[in-house]
Design a protein around this ligand. Structure first.
Ligand SMILES: Cc1cc2nc3c(=O)[nH]c(=O)nc-3n(C[C@H](O)[C@H](O)[C@H](O)COP(=O)(O)OP(=O)(O)OC[C@H]3O[C@@H](n4cnc5c(N)ncnc54)[C@H](O)[C@@H]3O)c2cc1C
Length: 470
């Protein structure tokens, strides 16, 4: 007897796979622009393998955010009296608004997004032809003559279902695959072979249990342990910040924590004048966002990570932080390898790879995706369309979220010199999510339409990382 049941409720609508922050983002982008009712009319189904939508994995990290409290709360922006208006006056929302331009603990950000998720759950579930399928895992999606057939599984009963829809949005988050780590070469040496048991990935360190395990491991080492962090992204700086400021029982000596990075470590400034007033001159016209005038808007460190890197670099009169050493890779391999060899713990903060979903064509053949072709290959194009291995967009299949590879361009702003990907919620909840909403609501899907799709000014906060590049 077949385990499969065809659900017809989503036949003409959109399936969002993954109900984390990115899965909610197109809905929030639609809400921001007064188009949520239109989107819900299409028939939206959200498939989420955990018990609730909204939080995803962001709340599990023990660090502070590198986007501001206000930026998180701004996801509720929209017309007065709009569907999510009531959530704006929740105490937690007010707390985030009051945090203003300060960082917030990501644990709290997770709680806030869970509340937003609860409100969105109600809206989707009460819309005609709308469903939220918690505790359901998507297994694959297959092209049909009219859209996509997505195979899902009830994680409790194991029952399989398929959903037909015109559009699919993949928002399945990202991971740090062990295979990628195994092939990582630093200063000419294979990282895994060189560091063995001393090597951890940043995601293992930043969870509450992982951080406690690191604390226990370091405290068992005696005085002045040494940690080497490889990576030039916000995760690398956030780990250094957490080690230096959240482990009162551990005493690091001078240079006890080292960040080994390949790219220069850039500092965000709201404008060129304030950078120059700080004596910060490491930028040119290419490093300034033409829309907002911000310096290193995408590639610069922000908030707590910014403070720490400024201290370590002696910028802006910050007090020195002798416990943190910055080491540029690629200049002297011997000294880089010595730092790795002397470290008690080596943490690879080398970014994430998108999870996506296995995709099949109409004939049932697996479609390899561009993201599978290399350690830095993007999952999506400039319109959030999933690309096959040949670089061709798959019709009506979109992706958004951590490591999907979206790079802001044109009216979305950002410094022209930026190389990397933008992994900030605000951008997904406004301009990037807006691109997907525009495509879904376009009366007739047309390849050229997306080129014209409206991209807003993008003046808000964007947290960007230079993932996959150290
Ligand atoms: C350490 C760290 C700090 C960050 N700090 C910030 C910050 O301060 N500000 C900011 O804006 N951004 C930040 N980000 C970036 C980003 O906002 C978060 O990573 C966010 O959690 C990404 O959301 P997501 O939906 O892409 O992925 P996730 O949060 O991982 O959510 C994915 C969801 O999809 C579900 N799922 C996965 N596979 C399936 C499947 N097959 N079927 C059904 N459901 C599935 C999961 O259960 C999960 O709920 C940070 C990222 C990291 C790693």
């Amino acid at each position: 007897m077949s385990k499969q049941v065809i659900l017809s409720f989503a036949r003409t609508g959109v399936v969002i796979v993954g109900g984390g922050p990115a899965g909610l983002a197109p809905l929030l982008a639609a809400h921001r622009h007064g188009r949520l009712a239109d989107l819900l009319k299409e028939g939206v189904t959200v498939v989420e393998r955990s018990g609730a939508i909204g939080e995803g994995s962001i709340g599990q990290w023990v660090i502070q955010s590198d986007s501001t409290g206000f930026t998180f709360a701004d996801c509720l922006a929209g017309p007065p009296g709009s569907e999510l208006a009531a959530v704006r006056s929740y105490p937690l929302t007010k707390e985030f608004v009051e945090a203003g331009d300060r960082a917030v603990p990501l644990r709290r950000a997770g709680e806030f997004l869970a509340l937003v998720g609860e409100a969105i759950h109600k809206l989707v579930a009460t819309a005609p032809n709308g469903r939220v399928l918690n505790r359901h895992r998507a297994i694959s999606t297959q092209r049909t003559s009219t859209g996509w057939l997505t195979l899902i599984e009830d994680v409790e009963s194991g029952r399989e279902l398929t959903i037909e829809s015109r559009d699919v949005v993949l928002a399945t988050g990202a991971s740090q695959p062990a295979e990628r780590l195994r092939s990582e070469i630093v200063a000419g040496s294979n990282l895994v072979e060189r560091c063995g048991q001393r090597l951890l990935q940043s995601s293992e360190v930043l969870s509450a249990s992982g951080f406690a395990a690191v604390a226990a491991r370091l405290s068992g080492l005696g005085p002045a342990p040494r940690v080497a962090i490889i990576g030039g992204s916000t995760s690398a700086a956030a780990i250094a910040d957490a080690l230096l400021h959240r482990l009162p029982g551990i005493t690091f000596g001078a240079g006890g924590v080292t960040i080994l990075h390949r790219r220069p470590l850039r500092i965000f400034y709201p404008n060129a004048q304030s950078a120059l007033a700080d004596g910060y001159t490491e930028f040119g016209p290419e490093d300034i966002c033409p829309i907002s005038g911000r310096v290193f808007r995408l590639g610069g460190f922000r908030l707590d990570s910014r403070e720490l890197i400024m201290q370590a670099r002696g910028i802006g009169g910050r007090p020195a932080e002798p416990r943190l050493q910055l080491h540029r890779l690629g200049l002297n391999d011997e000294s880089s390898l010595a730092l790795l060899d002397q470290a008690d713990l080596v943490i690879a903060a080398l970014g994430y790879r998108p999870r996506a979903l296995p995709v099949f064509d109409e004939a049932g053949r697996r479609v390899p995706l561009q993201a599978e072709t290399g350690p830095q290959a993007r999952l999506v194009d400039d319109h959030c369309r999933v690309l096959d291995a040949g670089g061709h967009p798959l019709p009506h299949l979109f992706a958004i979220g951590l490591a999907a590879g979206f790079v802001p361009y044109g009216k979305l702003g950002g410094e022209p010199s930026f190389r990397g990907q933008a992994n900030g919620l605000w951008l997904w909840q406004s301009d990037v999510g807006g691109l997907i909403v525009d495509a879904i609501l376009a009366p007739c899907f047309d390849e050229d339409y997306l080129v014209e799709a409206s991209a807003l000014a993008g003046l808000g906060e964007i947290k960007a990382t230079q993932e996959f590049e150290v």
